[in-house]
Design a protein around this ligand. Structure first.
Ligand SMILES: Nc1nc2c(ncn2[C@@H]2O[C@H](COP(=O)(O)OP(=O)(O)OP(=O)(O)O)[C@@H](O)[C@H]2O)c(=O)[nH]1
Ligand SMILES: [Mg+2]
Length: 468
């Protein structure tokens, strides 16, 4: 496919050891040779470079003055990242220098690449499908080794294969329906038997998709971090715990209630699980609240609502207060499975009684800790691990890293299949059922990037950085 030649800096901008400027397109080599002088030849338009080998030389402007000392690599199509001719120029990395080099290449006929355009070309030229293309984003953004491994597996096409297999099974079902519509026209009994078999097949597909969703949920935790919110009344020790978990004095801790106002967000690993851990403003309903604290409390409430794990802290030395109960009932109870109760400050006293606790919070499980003395804090880590995955061991095969678009399409495909399943259960004619099945097929095609519109593609690749 003939297309223009694009150029971009593929390494992060700024000062660095090396910057790599990359071109892709059928004109890459021509453009490069217009401004590259290999060291030995001392002249422009030197004999062709050896493909895939670095050649030392200089970039020169139209007057022949040296712009930079570089290493240049020419990779001919089709065995390249984009399946087009690629030229990569290793330069010294500096903001102005790289800008000058890119300007020079633009002047010689290249066009500035859009974000993700190299990867988009890899997709458009059929080297990778859209699931693989998106997994490149997951590889770049992985926050843990497990997420990285899972993303790399998707990049090799593992997850695409899974989707293609489901597609194949779906298409078989559709073909059987079509054949059956003619074949069983006169034989009601066989038709019913056939429908049972088809229904069973659809059910199996739904459960396969549910498995993928489960793996995706785990993948999300390893990719984005388990969203962990530390919540509670003012002054119970939330920020103190936050600092302990981070291993640094990140949040301000004082004896004045209402110290924390903003949400503080950091990433930390506990037992290999990445947590996106959020310290919040202490919530209270009574007394004077200044406007800043009020906004802080609104943020706290929102964070609690969206949390995967809520660490709810009480002050053991004061006992359970009405405010604790109010906070629990109004903000936390709806997410009760995701709560870890901590009774802090046991060094100052233990006024929490298990029976009362159970009566108020419907569980008697809480951990007594003292952030000050360190008591109980190791138990806390065990519990975080247990709650993160409901006690399940996490095998590598059991996670998939999904981009948001993929998650949404999987949910959509499942919905179509469930509709088909329910329709079959209600005895709705198969030619009508096949409409839902076809919609599921279309959704999986969309996941793989088949028959997908230009705008949608632009949107997907705009999430990549320039130069990728
Ligand atoms: N004795 C004792 N004091 C503690 C303990 N944990 C925290 N504190 C103290 O309690 C006070 C409040 O701690 P913070 O961590 O600021 O409490 P917070 O929940 O973040 O408070 P707000 O940000 O106001 O909502 C500070 O003076 C801490 O030093 C503990 O385990 N024992
Ligand atoms: Mg605080």
């Amino acid at each position: 496919m003939e297309s223009d030649t694009i150029v971009a800096l593929s390494t992060p901008p700024g000062e660095g050891g090396i910057g790599i400027v990359r071109m892709s397109g059928s004109n890459s080599l021509n453009i490069a040779l217009k401004c590259f002088v290999p060291a030995k030849s001392k002249r422009k338009n030197a004999p062709s470079l050896t493909p895939r080998k670095l050649t030392y030389g200089h970039l020169v402007d139209e007057k022949g003055s040296i712009i930079d000392e570089v290493l240049l690599c020419y990779m001919p199509a089709p065995n390249t990242y984009t399946r087009e001719d690629i030229v990569e120029i290793n330069t010294h990395s500096g903001v102005l220098l790289v800008k000058t080099i890119i300007k020079l290449l633009l002047k010689n006929g290249a066009r500035l690449a859009e974000p993700g355009e190299f990867t988009k070309r890899a997709f458009l030229n059929g080297r990778i499908d859209l699931i693989q293309a998106e997994s490149i984003l997951s590889v770049i953004r992985a926050r843990s080794e497990k997420a990285l491994k899972a993303a790399q597996k998707s990049l090799t096409g593992h997850f695409s294969e899974e989707i293609k297999n489901i597609l194949l099974e779906l298409q078989e079902i559709l073909a059987e329906i079509e054949a059956g519509l003619e074949f069983y026209q006169d034989d009601l009994q066989d038709e019913v038997a056939n429908e049972e078999v088809l229904l069973e097949k659809v059910r199996k597909l739904v459960s396969k998709i549910e498995q993928i969703q489960k793996k995706g949920d785990k993948g999300r935790i390893f990719q984005d971090g388990l969203k962990t919110v530390i919540a509670g009344r003012p002054n119970v020790g939330k920020s103190s715990l936050y600092n302990f978990l981070l291993g640094e004095e990140r949040a301000i801790v004082t004896e004045i209630p209402g110290t924390t106002r903003d949400l503080l967000i950091e990433y930390v690993k506990i037992k290999g699980i990445p947590l996106k851990i959020i310290d919040t403003a202490g919530i209270h309903k009574k007394g004077e609240i200044d406007p800043i604290e009020k906004i802080g409390i609104t943020y706290s409430k929102k964070a609690i609502k969206e949390a995967d794990l809520i660490i709810f802290i009480l002050d053991a030395s004061l006992g359970i207060t009405d405010e604790d109960i109010w906070i629990y009932n109004n903000l936390i109870a709806e997410n009760a499975d995701a709560v870890l109760f901590l009774a802090n400050k046991v060094d100052l006293g233990r006024k929490i009684n298990r029976e009362v606790f159970k009566e108020k919070f419907k569980t008697d499980f809480y951990i007594e800790i003292s952030v000050k003395t360190g008591e109980g804090l190791n138990k806390l880590e065990d519990e975080v691990e247990r709650l993160a995955f409901s006690g399940e061991a996490i095998e590598e095969e059991s996670i998939i890293v999904l981009q948001l678009r993929q998650q949404e399409l999987i949910t959509k495909a499942k919905k179509h299949l469930q509709n088909a399943m329910q329709a079959m259960e209600r005895g709705i004619p198969l030619d009508i059922v096949s409409i839902d099945l076809q919609l599921a097929v279309d959704t999986f095609h969309e996941m793989l990037g088949e028959n997908i519109g230009g705008d949608l593609l632009d949107n997907i690749f705009s999430k990549f950085c320039i130069g990728k």
